[in-house]
Design a protein around this ligand. Structure first.
Ligand code: ATP
Length: 356
């Protein structure tokens, strides 16, 4: 029997509610006749850790999770701690420390979800957005001078390396190739950003030669937002820089019905380090501690985690159970206009898994 070691980092806010729900569901999957089991280790890092220790995670935190098979992450965000500390001190520390350079965000309209695009059938929106996750606009390069004086200056420098662009393009082309439509849209802004994005385009052309069976096109990021709304079926796999994909994927989540549903994976494709899976929503302090959080984003993240571990059958079983419960409006949480609670949705998924 295989044992997968999973690091669970609930973080802040509703992360503390949805991650235990995800663990319950994974446990139920493993118990139901699978040839694997999970060994979970929880880490109480985040805002509370910061209040106690002055940092979001211990200095040797990465060492503690380096040997894990995967990481299940909740959210990091605290109304009393500046956002740049909560983000850079935990989530980005893990993403960068483990060189998880591909951020993958699937988006679909799940059965039963009332999505805002009225002219769009459920099958018209089936995308995977690949976000460059290690450099670009969020490379952390820049600084401030003359702080507090009228001549203060602040810079954020976008860094694109040829090696960094090549590896994310190759990953995106390979992912597109693995999907039925074999279609990739390279999102760019080379009309206005005349250096990094021009190299981005050139690398796309070069890497595309390795994938002659993938149809690909180029789209400016601003035009891409309109295309997502007006012609969703014309898109399949997309690849974009850190900032561009950050914005496009929130739009994608909203178009698919709710932030509470969307999952993401921070992947180290070379598997040198554990990859990290998380719902895309934040800590949602307005509903924390009330048992109202939608756990579906976490469950779908667990599907991605299982696929990454090489358990496609278990992943498909869990996805089917998720789609059965989203199809039932009685099991919709508040973000979807329903009254169900986190525990109701979790119990319903587990009961579907047990009946399969
Ligand atoms: P952060 O600052 O940590 O990014 P946030 O609270 O500003 O988090 P989100 O958590 O991304 O922002 O979500 C915005 C709002 O959407 C929340 O305040 C909450 O009302 C709702 N929401 C988000 N995720 C969920 C969920 N899983 N279940 C129910 N409602 C949610």
């Amino acid at each position: 029997m295989k044992t997968y070691k999973i690091a669970c980092i609930p973080g802040d806010g509703i992360g503390k509610e949805v991650i235990p729900a995800g663990q319950e569901v994974l446990q139920a999957l493993a118990a139901g006749g699978s040839d694997f089991r999970f060994e979970f280790t929880s880490f109480g890092w985040g805002g509370d850790w910061y209040r106690a220790h002055g940092k979001m995670m211990p200095d040797d935190g990465l060492e503690a999770i380096r040997g894990m098979d995967a990481i299940l992450f909740g959210s990091a965000g605290d109304p009393h701690i500046p956002d740049h500390i909560t983000l850079w001190g935990l989530r980005l520390k893990i993403c960068q420390g483990f060189d998880q350079y591909a951020n993958v965000r699937p988006t679909r309209i799940l059965p039963g979800i009332d999505a805002p695009l009225k002219r769009c059938g459920p099958r018209d929106l089936d995308w995977v957005i690949v976000r460059e996750n290690s450099e670009g606009e969020y490379a952390g390069v820049g600084g401030r001078a003359h702080q507090g004086h009228p001549i203060e200056v602040a810079t954020d420098v976008s860094i694109l390396t040829r090696a960094g662009v090549e590896r994310i393009m190759r990953f995106a082309f390979r992912l597109a190739q693995s999907r039925p439509r074999k279609q990739l849209t390279v999102v760019t802004k080379s009309n206005a950003q005349r250096h990094g994005m021009v190299m981005w385009d050139e690398v796309a052309v070069a890497v595309s030669k390795e994938f002659p069976d993938v149809r690909w096109d180029k789209e400016l990021v601003d035009a891409c937002t309109a295309r997502m709304v007006n012609r969703p079926a014309s898109l399949d796999t997309l690849v974009a820089t850190n900032l561009h994909a950050d914005i496009l994927s929130d739009l994608a989540a909203a178009l698919a019905g709710s932030l509470g549903i969307a999952p993401t994976g921070n992947i180290d494709p070379e598997r040198r380090y554990p990859s990290m899976f998380e719902p895309i929503h934040g800590s949602a302090f307005d509903i924390m501690g009330k048992g109202l959080a939608n756990p579906v984003g976490t469950f779908w993240s667990c599907v991605m985690l299982l696929e990454h571990l090489g358990e496609p059958q278990a992943a498909a079983r869990l996805m089917a159970a998720i789609e059965e419960i989203t199809a039932d409006p009685k099991l919709h949480t508040g973000d979807l206009g329903g009254q169900a609670r986190t525990a109701d949705v979790t119990a319903a998924v587990i009961s579907r898994l047990n009946n399969r």
